[in-house]
Design a protein around this ligand. Structure first.
Ligand SMILES: [Zn+2]
Length: 205
């Protein structure tokens, strides 16, 4: 349940109450209607962006994926222990400080979509920032890079769409659009994600 906070009330409220409200609100966005997480994304690596860019991008990626019906939880660090049948899909994201050999010349990130448990996504944030030129644009692009690579992992393909989150090559126009409003997955992408997720989660639902 959400308690609306009007600007006029904020001055009269004690900071601790306000903080509790904000924490409750962020908990709601992570597990809407206490629906269990479909995927848990573990983030590691030595090439991570600053906190505001990293966490801002995660927030936007969460809403992009939520619109495709995927409930995401983010964790810092490595996954601990195995997961039993019916638990969330585990995906690892690694921010790479140096450009790995497997990376193509202009890619900002890549996924290994056919991997098993703990499938890894590598993100080269340096390249994203080089394209973006400023933090706010880099945050928007990073959010879409994360959603795109998670899309590959869930669809279990290297397939791309003609537009939106799963487009193979974004243009300057796409980056402009991302800054204004997050892109979406196409209906076909959403369908493939649902099928992939259902296969991975088995008989949980
Ligand atoms: Zn791709």
């Amino acid at each position: 349940m959400e308690v609306p906070v009007y600007p006029a009330q904020i001055g009269a409220m004690k900071p601790s109450i306000l903080l509790a409200g904000l924490l409750a609100a962020s908990a709601n966005t992570q597990a809407r209607d206490s629906k269990p997480a479909d995927i848990i994304v573990y983030v590691t690596g030595d090439g991570a962006p600053s906190g505001p860019v990293d966490y801002g991008a995660r927030g936007t990626a969460t809403s992009i994926l939520a619109r495709a019906g995927v409930n995401v939880l983010w964790r810092d660090g490595e996954p601990k222990g195995g997961s039993g049948p019916g638990s969330a899909v585990v995906i690892r994201v690694r921010f790479s400080g140096k450009i790995p050999e497997q990376a193509s010349r202009e890619a900002a990130a890549y996924a290994l979509p056919f991997g098993g448990e703990g499938t890894a996504i590598t993100v080269m944030y340096e390249r994203i920032f080089a394209v973006a030129g400023r933090a706010s644009r880099a945050r928007a692009i990073l959010a879409h890079v994360l959603a795109h690579e998670i899309g590959h992992v869930l669809q279990r393909t290297n397939q791309h769409a003609a537009k939106g989150v799963m487009k193979a090559h974004w243009t300057g126009r796409d980056y402009d659009a991302m800054e204004r409003k997050p892109l979406t997955f196409t209906l076909e992408d959403v369908e493939l994600i649902r099928l992939g997720l259902a296969g991975r989660l088995g008989s949980r639902e």
